[in-house]
Design a protein around this ligand. Structure first.
Ligand SMILES: [Mg+2]
Length: 302
């Protein structure tokens, strides 16, 4: 597959400047342009987000510093490197540019080869940063969110719902008789099975605010911020149906001819005294009960 060209957003209120920079970069990169601060923000907040932003400082209405501050305040754009390209060439100007979060500050008139070289270097750093972030949040086997990502996500969402006095649901999912699956089919087949189950779970249309993660071993978890019991129960039913339809053979399961899982579901509207451990414990207990009652079912924590 051909590597995708990096996207560079060029922001300047003067057409001539935009044209020069586009001409300079368009052979190697996918260039996007914006003629005002507002346009720049609108463009940057829209996915696919740019990989790098070249930003003018002096623009009417909203100047470059303000644009940069807003980009850095938004989680969707805060990691996009911003490079100021400006005629404002005093030490104070440059200091302010770097203080609002820019990675670099280039003064006009600029040298074309140096712009190209700096753009290349910043994009390379961005690419490495993205890769590192992706690797640290993903489970290498199943390619879905890992335990670390789950912990961080849950912690963040927990404090949000706690402050907002809203509820949050957690589903703990465990494949039934997975040890017997491994013993009979072998660990490679076991890995395939985990991959298949993970894929099936992330393909179920859930709200994009939810997170599906591998919790560990043959256990998976779904975090549903701002969800009530009905929403979580609906998802549990969908998961059970999807696995049933996938029809993965498991000849050594004691509950079915095919692979099944058990689900423990807990919903909490946490007060400031409640802890995340308490939520996990409730979902775990419900899961234990589902196992105890014969597996291949979900149980809602009372
Ligand atoms: Mg200008």
């Amino acid at each position: 597959m051909e590597e995708q060209k990096s996207r560079i957003l060029i922001v300047d209120d003067e057409k001539v400047n935009l044209a020069i920079l586009v001409e300079l970069l368009k052979d190697k990169y996918h260039t996007l342009v914006a003629k005002s601060g507002q346009q720049a923000l609108k463009r940057a907040f829209t996915a696919p987000h740019p990989d790098l932003i070249l930003l003018d400082v002096m623009m009417p209405e909203m100047d470059g510093y303000q644009v940069c501050r807003e980009l850095k305040n938004n989680p969707a754009t805060q990691d996009i490197p911003v490079v100021f390209i400006t005629a404002k060439d005093t030490e104070t100007d440059e200091e302010q540019g770097l203080k609002v979060g820019a990675i670099d500050y280039i003064t006009k008139p600029f040298s074309c080869p140096i712009i190209r070289a700096r753009v290349h270097n910043h994009l390379e750093l961005k690419r490495r940063g993205d890769l590192l972030k992706m690797l640290s949040d993903k489970d290498p086997l199943t390619n879905i969110a890992n335990r670390r990502c789950f912990d961080n996500f849950l912690r963040k969402k927990w404090s949000i719902v706690q402050r907002a006095e809203q509820s949050l649901a957690l589903l703990m999912i465990d494949i039934d008789y997975f040890k017997d699956f491994n013993d009979f089919y072998g660990h490679l087949e076991g890995d395939q099975c985990l991959k298949q189950v993970a894929q099936l779970m992330v393909n179920i249309p859930i709200r994009d605010t939810d997170l599906v993660a591998r919790f560990g071993g043959e256990e998976f978890a779904v975090v549903m911020p701002l969800s009530d019991e009905a929403g979580a129960e609906q998802l549990a039913q969908k998961l059970m149906t999807a696995l049933q339809q996938a029809n993965i053979a498991h000849r050594h399961s004691q509950v079915s001819e095919q692979l099944t899982f058990s689900i423990g579901l807990a919903v909490m509207r946490p007060t400031l005294d409640d802890t995340i451990e308490c939520l996990i414990e409730r979902a775990d207990k419900a899961l234990y009960q589902a196992k105890h009652q014969g597996r291949n079912q979900y149980v809602i924590s009372s």
